[in-house]
Design a protein around this ligand. Structure first.
Ligand SMILES: Cc1cc2nc3c(=O)[nH]c(=O)nc-3n(C[C@H](O)[C@H](O)[C@H](O)COP(=O)(O)OP(=O)(O)OC[C@H]3O[C@@H](n4cnc5c(N)ncnc54)[C@H](O)[C@@H]3O)c2cc1C
Length: 600
């Protein structure tokens, strides 16, 4: 059934509107075509990437390039590219799915793939003129050329609009001359095309250009960086010295580069989250296989509660990550379709569709990049000393995971962005936070109900709890906005705490809605471990929200206001019936142990 404007939420609205489980897309909803794509990508990953893990660890950059060429031959580089430009023209969910299942072999390939298909190609498909698209996109979609994205500079990292690279119009008005130094450029060593951001005169904002990689045109590269992980991902500095670029290679309009850069990153962020999912599945599988085999004290270590609790958390976080990533991906896909149906070009529709869910993209980037790191860390712990050895895959998985918290906007920046964007949306009237926040205020002043709710139906208490966690966010963020106004952005620790609350709400709600939908169609018995995972995730989320809420309240409220908010926090984080967390963990771990793999 096609989604209509009225039944899909706008970006950020999840916080103030209830979502029916029937309206969320889940991995169990993959179409036959998506299922086939998933299998093809997994097969490629096993055969071409995982089987040669050692070559990536040995910094075999040429091998990364060869694998990218093979991915191009199989059409994987063009999944998101419209057919008119040589791609497969598949929907957003398929794009995300490809990033997910292609990425777990090694962070080196995952980064090369992401940098090329995302930030290296998307700025042209999203902002290019027809001529630019005809000229460059087919080459990029097939892997004849590879792309790279040059935003960061030695002095301009998180503050991306502060770059010093310049673009000067030549006297004949036909070209720009680019001069400057870019840093940390993924795929620099083998790309044929750079998306370069530079400043024209004293413009407030940078401008984007498409620059062909031609060493005779003043382009030189630094040596390969020696990195903690993603060792065979080519990362080099790029120097532009009077590099001549025809005026027709400007992307979009003068001064529009920062917008392009940020929008490319929105797409990049949700894809990066997806690219951290299959790693979690594989790490969990490798960890449980080891734990089932490794014996200490005459028992497989998988029998020990200390190991079970790790396996349960690893599986649960991966499950929540999948749930939230595919939920948001389908929202984006639907929004694109709605915009196209109302007359937008595919290009405009895609741009606006992704921009609409920029908050969710930031949430996912932070949550899933941190989950994969924890997962790899616990993977090492389950392997004990062997986890620390280069001979086992845990060591490189851990090193490779680390970068995901840094690139595509650091997790600090994305945390603050998610809350900042939500507040802006509220101010523009796109998401009504004020009304619900006032209601929470009234509720705080009123007398709490002492009725005992009927929680016999599946997830009724959990959904009530999610609604209460949303009240915590509205209470804390609402009071902070009232107190600090536009100065709120200076209170970073508060913003970060609010972001953590927001993240937990989205992730926990996504897991619950997915499971509820599946329980309705496959039966509760078939979903009993997924039910356990959803409850476990929520329990941990509630604890975190409680801690972050408290930290925030006592940082800015005093006296009666503080007391009232702390009482509200207690009320909004209180279970009627506490779940038995140890039982839940055991149930999840026993399933993973019995299947000897991540099996959800
Ligand atoms: C392996 C690798 C590949 C990369 N690939 C690319 C690429 O292909 N193209 C590209 O353009 N870039 C790329 N980057 C660059 C990457 O996007 C930047 O490293 C990242 O944006 C952070 O910038 P920075 O390193 O200058 O850190 P900084 O911005 O100096 O940040 C350092 C620390 O300060 C924090 N911080 C900074 N500003 C603030 C603030 N306002 N408030 C609070 N905290 C703040 C950050 O969160 C971080 O913890 C890559 C980086 C690496 C390591």
């Amino acid at each position: 059934m096609e989604a209509t404007e009225k039944d899909i939420l706008r970006g950020g609205q999840f916080l103030v509107k209830e979502t029916n489980c029937e309206d969320v897309f889940t991995p169990e909803d993959f179409s036959e075509e998506q299922q086939m794509m998933k299998e093809a990508v997994m097969e490629f990953n096993d055969r071409e990437i995982i089987a040669h893990r050692n070559r990536f660890e040995a910094k075999d950059f040429a091998f990364t390039e060869q694998c990218m060429e093979k991915a191009g031959e199989l059409g994987f580089l063009g999944v998101a590219v419209p057919e008119a430009y040589g791609g497969l023209g598949m929907g957003f969910v398929s794009t995300v799915l490809t990033c997910d299942y292609i990425s777990s072999g090694t962070g080196s390939f995952s980064t090369a793939f992401g940098a090329h298909t995302g930030i290296g190609t998307m700025p042209i498909t999203l902002y290019g003129t027809e001529e630019q698209k005809q000229k460059y996109v087919p080459k990029l979609a097939t892997g004849e050329w590879f792309g790279a994205y040059c935003l960061t500079e030695p002095g301009a990292g998180s503050d991306a609009n502060s770059g010093k690279t310049t673009a000067e119009l030549t006297e004949d008005g036909k070209s720009y001359k680019i001069n400057g130094q870019k840093m940390w450029i993924s795929n620099a060593g083998f790309c044929k095309l750079f998306i370069v951001f530079a400043r024209i005169e004293d413009d407030k904002n940078i401008t984007g250009f498409i620059v062909e990689n031609d060493p005779s045109n003043g382009i030189t590269l630094g040596e390969e960086e020696h990195k903690l992980g993603i060792r065979a991902s080519s990362t080099r500095q790029v120097f532009f010295n009077d590099t001549v670029v025809p005026v027709e290679n400007m992307l979009s309009e003068r001064g529009n580069g920062f917008k392009i850069a940020m929008n490319a990153l929105n797409v990049g962020r949700i894809k990066l989250a997806a690219a951290c999912l299959d790693s979690q599945r594989r790490i969990t599988t490798t960890a449980v296989q080891y734990a089932n085999e490794r014996k200490q004290f005459n028992r497989p270590i998988a029998d020990f509660g200390a190991i079970k609790m790790k396996l349960a958390k690893m599986a649960t976080d991966a499950y929540a990550g999948e749930s939230a990533t595919y939920r948001a991906s389908k929202n984006i896909e639907d929004r694109i379709a709605i915009r196209e149906a109302s007359g937008n070009s595919h290009q405009e529709a895609e741009l606006k569709g992704v921009e609409e869910y920029a908050i969710e993209c930031s949430i996912l980037k932070v949550a899933v990049s941190e989950d994969v790191q924890n997962c790899a860390d616990e993977g090492i712990q389950i392997f004990g000393g062997m986890g620390f050895s280069e001979e086992t895959p845990m060591e490189s998985a851990w090193r490779d995971a680390r970068i995901a918290r840094i690139y595509e906007g650091t997790n600090e920046i994305n945390r603050m962005l998610s809350v900042g964007m939500l507040v802006k949306k509220a101010m523009r009237g796109h998401v009504d936070l004020l009304g619900p926040a006032m209601k929470v205020q009234e509720e705080l002043m009123g007398i709490p109900s002492f009725d005992t709710p009927d929680y016999s139906e599946l997830f009724s208490e959990e959904k009530d709890m999610i609604a209460k966690l949303k009240k915590v966010f509205l209470m804390v963020a609402g009071a902070a906005v009232q107190k600090f106004g536009p100065d709120l952005e200076k209170h970073q620790q508060l913003l970060i705490a609010a972001a953590d609350i927001l993240i937990e709400i989205y992730m926990a709600e996504s897991a619950i809605l997915r499971t509820e939908k599946n329980a309705k169609r496959f039966g509760e018995e078939a979903q009993k471990v997924q039910i356990a995972m959803s409850k476990l995730y929520l329990y941990n989320a509630v604890s975190l929200v409680e801690a972050k809420g408290k930290e925030s309240i006592i940082s800015f409220a005093e006296g009666d206001e503080q007391r009232m908010m702390l009482m509200g926090l207690k009320r909004f984080t209180k279970y009627q019936n506490y779940p038995d967390i140890v039982d839940l963990r055991n149930e999840i771990a026993e399933k993973v142990k019995a299947e000897n793999k991540y099996c959800f």
